[in-house]
Write a protein that binds this ligand. Structure first.
Ligand code: NDP
Ligand code: GDR
Length: 384
């Protein structure tokens, strides 16, 4: 068991939640920074939450924001962390085209604020830093598979902000000797993934379509290719990076790439629904070709068979250009050789296992919604 103190920015996000759980299991004292919001935003870590009045609690949350230097510095001063995991970011690539200045402030300058606080507080020898860098840095394809030495060519305000975060981390390592590291993580997903990222959007729609809550999933670019892994595996790599004697930068990826279109096929196949794509560009669509009864009953349940049978021949996926990006990243496929060799990191989930995990979780959530709807509780609001 460890007696270390970790500070996680972005603890309420997908990775923050898995990492907090992982570090708590190892005996860490975990501090997390969360933003103030007008409603609760701690769903992903509610199971880890401890009453502030409880003696000896291991998880402590602080209000804060990556755009506020004073608050970041004060929290780091109070916490005196052995390890900082800088996961907080405006992390949605498409949204970064709508909020480029804010994205630069939170994602680029936010990283600087952490590094500079560590320097000003004389923690350069004590505190190790993990920076959440991204495969989006590679952007326009220069070389495949992408590895630590592949040149960057960012293609969105998000990726450009993260490019600054990457290099300022390298610079503080070289200038001040901080154990500052970049994890260049390829896409990683889970049942905790935000609902507007493409994988979760798909697995959620699969469950909602087969349970009769909606009829069609609208997507953007079906041909883009991503190297998708499971967030649970990727947070283990973040921790392993900070345990190395020397700081460095690591690609974390599976080495396998898949199109969005194939992800859709696989997610529907997970519930026994065979879909067929036809048409091109904005006219491309997918319709239900087959239903594998036994598989459907196993994963979803016999009582829902009439719903899925009624979908045969119907269009359930269509393209909406609103989801296209002004500049796209067409192909990501990572080479994880360095992390496998030096960190000894191996992912436990492959893509089918990831999809099975996400689909089964979304089916559970949609069934819950069904029960609430059928019980007459779905529209209940504060004023009723
Ligand atoms: P999420 O979007 O799920 O979580 C982002 C977290 O950052 C949330 O806790 C969010 O708070 C917080 N946050 C956003 N803006 C601010 C701000 N201004 N001040 C304080 N906190 C803020 O992202 P993931 O967990 O998926 O990703 C974690 C990190 O890894 C991000 O930096 C992302 O860019 C990077 N990354 C992710 C990859 C992936 O595939 N998931 C791949 C490579 C890199 P709130 O809950 O209030 O919104
Ligand atoms: P990405 O993830 O941009 O790779 O960034 P996202 O899931 O948003 O997109 C992946 C690919 O799918 C295409 N796509 C759609 N995307 C969304 N969100 N919605 C759609 O309807 C849709 N249709 C097609 C996209 O065009 C894209 O090509 C994620 C984030 O977690 C970043 O923070 C992280 O740095 C990178 O992964 C690695």
């Amino acid at each position: 068991m460890s007696d270390k103190v970790a500070l996680i920015t972005g603890i309420t996000g997908q990775d923050g939640a898995y990492l907090a759980e992982y570090l708590l299991k190892m005996g860490y004292m975990v501090h997390g920074i969360k933003r103030r919001a007008s409603s609760f935003n701690t769903d992903r870590i509610d199971h880890l939450y401890e009453d502030p009045h409880k003696e000896g609690r291991r998880l402590i949350l602080h209000y804060g924001d990556m755009t506020d230097s004073l608050n970041i510095t004060r929290i780091i001063k109070e916490v005196q962390p052995d390890e900082i995991y800088n996961l907080a970011a405006m992390s949605h690539v498409k949204v970064s085209f709508d909020t480029p200045e804010y994205t630069a402030n939170a994602d680029a300058l936010g990283t600087l604020r952490i590094l500079e606080a560590v320097r000003l507080l004389d923690l350069t020898k004590k505190t190790r830093i993990y920076q959440a860098s991204t495969s989006e840095l590679y952007g326009l394809v220069q070389e495949v598979p992408q590895k630590e030495t592949t040149p960057f060519y960012p293609r969105s305000p998000y990726a450009v902000a993260k490019l600054y975060g990457y290099w300022i981390t390298v610079n503080y390592r070289e200038a001040y000797g901080i154990h500052a590291n970049n994890g260049i993580l390829f896409n990683h997903e889970s049942p905790l993934r935000g609902e507007t990222f493409v994988t979760r959007k798909i697995t959620r729609a699969v469950s909602r379509i087969v349970l009769g809550h909606e009829s069609c999933l609208y997507l953007g670019n079906l041909s883009s290719k991503r190297d998708w892994g499971h967030a649970k595996d990727y947070v283990r790599a973040m921790h392993a990076i900070l345990q190395q004697p020397e700081p460095s930068d690591y690609v974390i990826a599976t080495g396998i790439t898949t199109t969005v279109r194939d992800f859709v096929r696989m997610a529907f196949a997970e519930v026994g629904v065979g879909v067929c794509f036809e048409g091109e560009g904005i006219h491309e669509r997918a319709f239900v070709e087959t239903v594998e009864k036994n598989k459907f009953i196993d994963v979803v349940g016999e009582e829902y068979l009439p719903i899925v049978n009624s979908l045969k021949g119907k269009t359930i996926v269509a393209v909406d250009p609103a989801y296209f990006r002004p500049t796209e990243v067409d192909l990501l496929i990572g080479d994880p050789t360095k992390s496998k060799t030096i960190l000894g990191w191996e992912p436990e989930y492959d893509l089918p296992a990831l999809i099975a995990d996400m689909v089964s979780n979304d089916i559970k959530l949609t069934k819950k919604e069904t029960y609430l709807r059928d019980g007459g509780y779905q529209t209940l609001n504060y004023y009723e």
